[in-house]
Design a protein around this ligand. Structure first.
Ligand code: GAP
Length: 475
């Protein structure tokens, strides 16, 4: 399937099967804001649990926290977001449409031959790195890049726009102060660095992980849940001795790539992209990119953030944020290596991998199915329990199996419709196993288990079902 069609197919599938809906759809939706439906919420939660377990439970020196979305306004001064968290934008004077400059140039570059495209992107990256806005405008003009709405090249100058959402804290206008919805979860970790270090008696090197909402007023939000205004991040800040940050940066690059491969996705669907323009806080940075239906795009960032954040919070708060290293007998501000992955982008990656339209036609009849080949451990439901008929004691046996399994993993029970139809519905939401209870079950205690990906059916003992599923979904 062509890639642009695949994204459209995924969007429709998500809506039809309760994964993702446009936000407040009855009012025609809200740009780049989405709601997760009953199956989407389960899948999202399973991704979070998988990340959380690998970061905290399976790592000796990482603990997790859950900080508030609202933070003291000075946080964002100290972090540099008030002054630096902006993107260069340009407006088309005819259509009044506003573009992020890098998106405008990238979209144009995609239509060029590979060499010309690479040269253009390289020039753009150098100009962005040098904050050369006049140069960027010149690049757009000399390439005759047009607005997709008006079709003209009538552009304003390139300007910076801050991406943070501001709001008021306090009920009385005169007494209220402006605060921001956090644009990243990382700062909740930095301001709690000493709280966690002291109460958890943590020794460097150690990490603090967090999953939570972040908000950015993205001017050009596109690509379904790829670029949203309200999204979730799974971030981890790893605090290390100054001077060891390069070592740990390499360690986390490798460790995070291994995590991605553990999802069963082929290595050639991922690549590293080293940053030319470093964020205001970083001394090294790269992205892990995934080959989305729209092409290779950022999925996760790995950043060596130096001591920038802790040093600035110490300066702005007037509170000491140093660590005493007993082995070195020294006080210092730790350096930080961060891993930051978008939960919604991980969700989109998994759907991009899982979504398949299969032609099952034979000489006798035409047939097809849509199946989500999700990793079993992440699927919204692990097991569908399907009595063949609504009578003859079959539902009773099925409900006993349900009672036995539901405490260990999520099960779906259904009595209605022909069994083939029920299988197809389970394929469409990615349920890895279906079990059918039939009359033979009453005679010999066996059931049919059907495997989602191969569609193979086999006869196994009813008493073994729970363990079969557990073996496939535990991690
Ligand atoms: N604390 C570092 C940080 O926030 P980032 O590269 O700006 O770094 C990290 O964001 C990750 O968050 C990205 O790799 C991406 O997966 C996700 N992300 C960022 N902006 C997003 C948006 N508007 N919608 C969805 N996910 C987003």
């Amino acid at each position: 399937m062509a890639n642009e069609n695949k994204l459209q197919a995924i969007i429709s599938h998500c809506k039809e099967y309760g994964f993702v809906f446009p936000s407040s759809e009855i009012y025609d939706g809200l740009g780049a804001v989405y709601d997760y439906g009953q199956n989407g919420a389960e899948l999202k939660k399973n991704i979070k649990d998988y990340w959380w377990k690998s970061m905290t439970q399976l790592h000796d020196h990482i603990v997790g926290i859950d900080a508030a979305i609202f933070m003291h306004p000075t946080t964002w001064k100290a972090s540099g977001h008030v002054d630096n968290f902006s993107d260069p934008m340009i407006d088309n004077k005819d259509s009044k449409k506003r573009y992020r400059v890098d998106h405008l140039i990238e979209a144009y570059a995609e239509q060029l031959a590979p060499d010309a495209s690479a040269a253009l992107i390289q020039s753009m990256e150098q100009l962005i790195a040098a904050d050369d806005f006049a140069g960027l405008k010149n690049l757009i003009d000399t390439n005759n890049i047009k607005c997709s709405v008006s079709g003209t090249c009538n552009w304003t100058d390139v300007r910076q726009f801050n991406l943070m959402f501001g709001t008021q804290l306090g009920s009385v206008a005169e007494e209220s102060s402006e605060i921001y919805l956090r644009p990243e979860t990382a700062q909740g970790i930095f301001v709690n660095f000493l709280n966690v270090q002291k109460t958890g008696r943590m020794k460097i090197p150690f990490g603090i992980a967090q999953i939570g909402k972040a908000f950015r007023n993205e001017i050009v939000a596109r690509g379904f849940i790829f670029r949203m205004r309200e999204f979730e991040q799974m971030e981890m800040q790893f605090f290390v001795r100054p001077g060891t940050q390069q070592e740990w940066y390499q360690y986390w690059k490798e460790a995070r790539m291994q995590w991605h491969l553990s999802l069963g996705i082929s290595p050639n669907k991922y690549r590293f992209h080293d940053h030319v323009k470093l964020a205001h806080y970083a001394d090294a940075a790269c992205d892990i990119e995934y080959d989305f239906p729209m092409g290779f795009k950022e999925l996760e960032g790995i950043h060596s953030r130096t001591d920038f954040d802790l040093k600035n919070h110490q300066q702005f708060s007037g509170k000491k944020l140093t660590y005493f290293d007993t082995e070195l007998n020294q006080h210092y501000i730790p350096y930080v290596v961060e891993t930051s992955i978008g939960l919604d982008r991980t969700f989109l990656m998994l759907l991009s991998e899982a979504y398949q339209e299969e032609d099952l036609s034979t000489e006798e009849k035409q047939d097809a199915r849509v199946v989500l080949k999700l990793p079993a451990m992440l699927a919204p439901y692990k097991l569908a329990i399907l009595p063949l008929l609504k009578k003859d004691g079959l539902p009773e046996i099925a409900k006993e199996l349900m009672a036995e399994c539901r405490g260990s993993f999520k099960c779906f029970y259904e009595e209605k419709d022909a069994i083939g139809k029920r299988y197809r519905r389970m394929d469409a939401i990615g349920t890895p196993f279906c079990v059918t209870i039939d009359h033979q079950t009453k005679e010999d205690g066996t059931v049919t288990i059907r495997h989602r990906d191969s569609m193979l059916q086999e006869r196994v003992a009813l008493k073994d079902i729970k363990q079969i599923v557990l073996n496939a979904v535990q991690y």
